[in-house]
Write a protein that binds this ligand. Structure first.
Ligand code: CP
Length: 302
């Protein structure tokens, strides 16, 4: 395994090698066991720039840099930066490189990362660009899957909900397709099925998958059930058909060894009675976010 990650900016899961993922999971687990902290000089500054709302990603990054010994500056609201006066993302990236040592950016446009990093001189981490990618959520998802199954290959994974607009689904499917012998079931209404682009990627990787509208026929075969909310902020609500909310009753036949993941926030797609199942791992998943982001910041700031 390599001792350093192979990327400077983390903009897409396509940059993550198997060794990068193993290294980061290993480091994140070390932080989780409370074995190492305060590794970064207190002069190191994280710029936390969120042009979309966030609870987990923003606060876990800000908490992670403090736990490591550094500090942060942030954008509380998009309209408090000079972007609201018409400044370009290219110029903002250039300027913020002078004020910080690492930048975390969330933005609704899928092209934002490419524009922002045109002139940046410090590492930039994609914290979500529109419906395209959310690579740090994928690292957390992979860490949580590995924690339970001790492998990232030979898995059967079901994805349930809005698979079309979900950047976390898009990023995780692409990552898991690069491991051997993984197969996928995509459970969604036609309005929210996985994109043709992602289906092409799976076909090129020879990954078996099905697109279907209910869970029943293979629920007992799943190693992971990944649930996601409808991303109502990304489309017009008219004429869309949704799945009925997932309840504990529908999960009666779930395998004992399956884990249920959800990137959160959840809204009304999943009833809270599922929280009582041993298979519910989504709060462990959000807890892992802090440790994975500590691992990532420490690696990129060394
Ligand atoms: N999973 C996730 O990205 O959550 P937030 O939108 O709260 O950051």
């Amino acid at each position: 395994m390599n001792q350093k990650v192979t990327f400077k900016n983390l903009l897409s899961t396509s940059q993550l090698t198997h060794d990068d993922i193993s290294l980061l999971i290993n480091d994140a687990n070390t932080y989780k066991k409370n074995a190492k902290q305060n590794q970064i000089k207190n002069s190191k500054i994280l710029a936390s720039l969120f042009f979309e709302p966030s609870t987990r990603t923003r606060f876990s990054f800000e908490s992670a840099i403090i736990k490591l010994g550094g500090n942060y500056i942030n954008l509380e609201q998009a309209d408090t930066s000079s972007i609201s006066k018409g400044e370009s993302l290219e110029d903002m990236g250039r300027v913020m490189s002078d004020y910080s040592d690492i930048i975390v950016l969330r933005h609704p446009d899928i092209d934002s990362m490419k524009l922002f990093t045109k002139y940046t001189t410090v590492p930039v981490i994609n914290a979500g660009n529109g419906s395209l990618e959310h690579p740090t959520q994928t690292l957390i998802d992979l860490m949580t899957i590995y924690e339970h199954h001790q492998r990232l290959s030979n898995l059967t994974i079901g994805f349930w909900g809005d698979l079309k607009y979900s950047r976390t689904v898009n990023s995780l499917v692409q990552s898991l397709s690069r491991y051997n012998d993984n197969s996928f079931h995509f459970i969604a209404t036609p309005d929210f099925q996985i994109s043709p682009t992602t289906q092409d990627i799976l076909n090129k990787s020879n990954c078996p998958f099905s697109t279907i509208a209910n869970l029943d026929s293979f629920l007992d075969q799943l190693d992971v059930l990944y649930v996601t909310r409808t991303q109502t902020e990304r489309f017009s609500k008219t004429a869309s058909t949704y799945l009925n909310p997932l309840t504990k009753k529908e999960l009666t036949n779930i395998s004992e060894s399956c884990i249920i993941l959800h990137p959160l926030p959840r809204v009304n797609e999943m009833s809270t009675d599922i929280d009582t199942l041993d298979q519910a791992h989504y709060f462990k998943q959000s807890q892992n976010g802090l440790f994975m982001r500590m691992a990532l910041l420490n690696n990129l700031l060394q």
